[in-house]
Design a protein around this ligand. Sequence first.
Ligand SMILES: *[C@@H]1O[C@H](CO)[C@@H](O)[C@H](O)[C@H]1NC(C)=O
Ligand SMILES: *[C@@H]1O[C@H](CO)[C@@H](O)[C@H](O)[C@H]1NC(C)=O
Ligand SMILES: *[C@@H]1O[C@H](CO)[C@@H](O)[C@H](O)[C@H]1NC(C)=O
Ligand SMILES: *[C@@H]1O[C@H](CO)[C@@H](O)[C@H](O)[C@H]1NC(C)=O
Ligand SMILES: *[C@@H]1O[C@H](CO)[C@@H](O)[C@H](O)[C@H]1NC(C)=O
Length: 800
Amino acid sequence: MRSQSLISLSSTIFLIVVSICFSLSSSRNPNILQIHSSLAVENHDSDLLISLDNSFTCGFYGLGENAYYLSIWFTNSKDRTVVWTANPDKPVNGKGSRISLLRNGAFVLTDIDGAIAWETNTTNTNVRRAELLDNGNLVLKDSSGKILWQSFDFPTDTLLPHQQFTKSNKLISRLGRGNYAAGNFIFHYDNDNVLRLMYDGPDISSVYWPNIDVDVFQNLRTNYNSTRIAVLDDMGRFLSSDRLDFTASDFGFGIKRRLTIDYDGNLRLYSLNNATGLWTITWEAVRQMCSVHGICGRNGICVYQPEPKCSCPPGYEMADQSNWNRGCKPWFSRFCSMSQMQVKFVKIQHVDFYGFDSSFSFQSSFESCKNKCLEDCECQAFSYRLTGEGRCYTKAELFNGYKSPNFPGSIFLKLPSTVETSEPIILNGTNYKCNSSESTKTLETSFAYGSRGKKVRWVYLYSFASAIGAIEMLLIVLGWWLLLRKHGLPDMVEEGYRLISSQFRKFTYIELNKATKNFKEELGKGASGNVYKGVLEDERVVAVKKLGDAYQIEEVFWAEVSIIGKINHMNLVRMWGFCSEPSHRLLVYEYVQNLSLDRNLFSENRFLGWQERFEVALGTAKGLAYLHHECLEWVIHCDVKPENILLDGEFKPKISDFGLAKLSQRDSKNSEFSRIRGTKGYMAPEWALNLPITAKVDVYSYGVVILELVKGIRLSNWVVEDGEEHETTELTKFVKVVKRILPSEDLGWIESEVDTRLNGEFSRRQAQKMVEIGILCVEEDRSKRPTMDSIVQALLECEE
Ligand SMILES: *[C@@H]1O[C@H](CO)[C@@H](O)[C@H](O)[C@H]1NC(C)=O
Ligand SMILES: *[C@@H]1O[C@H](CO)[C@@H](O)[C@H](O)[C@H]1NC(C)=O
Ligand SMILES: *[C@@H]1O[C@H](CO)[C@@H](O)[C@H](O)[C@H]1NC(C)=O
Ligand SMILES: *[C@@H]1O[C@H](CO)[C@@H](O)[C@H](O)[C@H]1NC(C)=O
Ligand SMILES: *[C@@H]1O[C@H](CO)[C@@H](O)[C@H](O)[C@H]1NC(C)=O
């Protein structure tokens, strides 16, 4: 008896000592879980691993009712942002579940009944502890500190800086907001070594990014490098072996970022705002959401109103009110049970369904196209394009529907004649995004859906085929596949079917040497290289920029081309092509007739009238607004100045030299970005203050330019102020004067401040507005500066 109680006493003491040790060690090392210990779901508020710098937390995360996930999230984001989940498809119970590091080295997540919901592949290894690192990586280490397993090898929908993305990884979107089950969108290396976004739904799979209308090369990627490795670095630059290369618009150190495939199918780079805990998008893959395949599901049509919305065609209704991915279902049964007399065709303008053509032909009349679809009872619709020779496509299935005013054809939908339709067809969309309350509602069903099994592209096509007649579908798939084989992905799209947006192409050095007559006529010298005039064989006049040494590095060059090549706006100088040969890197731009703004504005023998000056202010603002806003703030010019604003035959402005900022940033690892970019007198104060560079630096430079347009002189010049000893710039002087007089109602000051060469011939209203805008733009505090969008708006309001 005595010995027993002694044993029990000593074991109690032992337990107490052990637990004290544990609590001590865990309070000392909040980021470590020792061998033979566990985190319990009941204590999900306290049983946590927290990285030493407090950036990341790992523990149980509950969603909906009684569904818990072992997850890693950003400690400081406002809405908990989960970056990794061990068991996305198998949530565990809120009672009795635990994650344990067993003595045999296994890291095991068990449910209430002891069933294993998830485990690592480290059974029978020397794992001693689990550790959450500062970069968000959960690792299992042996006693020597060697990593035997890491969560970075098993990404879910998010990639963190330093996390290598390889050929064996995939990012899979979630099913919806607040729903961890696997969704239908995938980001991965395709078999041809190229990073792509793909819709992988229950019925079909379909690639939608990069642009499927052009080939790998025109997308500025390569399929030659089979390494298949990509990584996001500390500065916010993503670089892949297929040459996908982009940077966050807030490029720089010290910002927490993540790259996530969202449940709407877009891939986005986010930055965390330290102060608010909110995320901002600093890059995204797809700009036009309607080009995300499968977004509106089968038979659905994506429309811009102007927000992207989903809509069902006439005769169809939403299959599942809470989820557009399920698409639209028809009110009628299959056409194959109807006679040809019982069907009609309804025209829906500017709409197309991508892919799944059962046939296509050129030089087809409308009637013959219609008959083709009529005679084939599997045909759901046909697409007919009238411009040029008639092009006829019959559709076996309706997927990836979208409406775009740019689409030159129409879809003619087959419907039973009993279905009443209005003329013309109005597509009224609803939001494709399922919101949080809705997605919690569908939690149950989606788990079932998510765990249905592995999705295999062709397997789904087969099962789908059985529903509509296996043989036909098989033929379609086979035909499709053969097409794919024969021409490669891009040609499948039948060139010309979609407007291929540019004549962008590659030139040879010999061609450009000839065009410029051995680089005879120099148009200008720029920071990035000299520019020469040339005439191409098709008689287009061009400006050829010979890039300097910095751009001889291939990746640097490609980065530039990839940015500029995609941009097309009337107030931006268009790039027509490039030449990339060993030691010859050139860019071919459109030729802009009337030199740059500085040579027109500050010159003795040239003169710009008021109307032109206002147009320059407006056009330049439009061009910058396009770069900042429509390109999602990811192109910052960084060197706005009169030298970079060219004037065309009608003295309309075109901004040149954009897209170069990204390059200079990375030239210098020491981040002396400020020294390289920008021109004194036009540079915003934050360059000197080492603050992150945002689009507001361009707003500042624009402010200087718009004030120069009003004054007609260089404001960056140094002058001695009246009665004062030290020098100041014309700008400072001007701002001081104007700030003093602006509040007064009297507009008399305008006469004396506007360029005297105009002889009073200018619009008082416009001049006043331009000065007001300019003064706001050059505010020291960048948060006080307006955005380019609002500047365009303000100028438009006083356009005559
Ligand atoms: C576990 O899996 C990872 C990734 O597949 C692999 O790199 C690692 O070697 C595996 N570990 C063991 C102990 O098998
Ligand atoms: C392939 O990509 C890797 C990783 O980006 C790079 O290190 C390597 O140099 C590339 N190889 C070639 C032949 O370009
Ligand atoms: C952001 O937060 C971290 C820690 O929470 C802090 O060390 C850092 O200084 C903050 N950065 C800024 C710019 O506020
Ligand atoms: C389409 O939606 C708008 C706004 O929701 C509504 O005003 C309009 O009546 C709708 N049109 C049709 C044809 O339903
Ligand atoms: C979600 O939808 C419901 C009703 O459909 C609505 O009341 C709620 O405001 C929506 N929530 C969000 C975040 O949009």
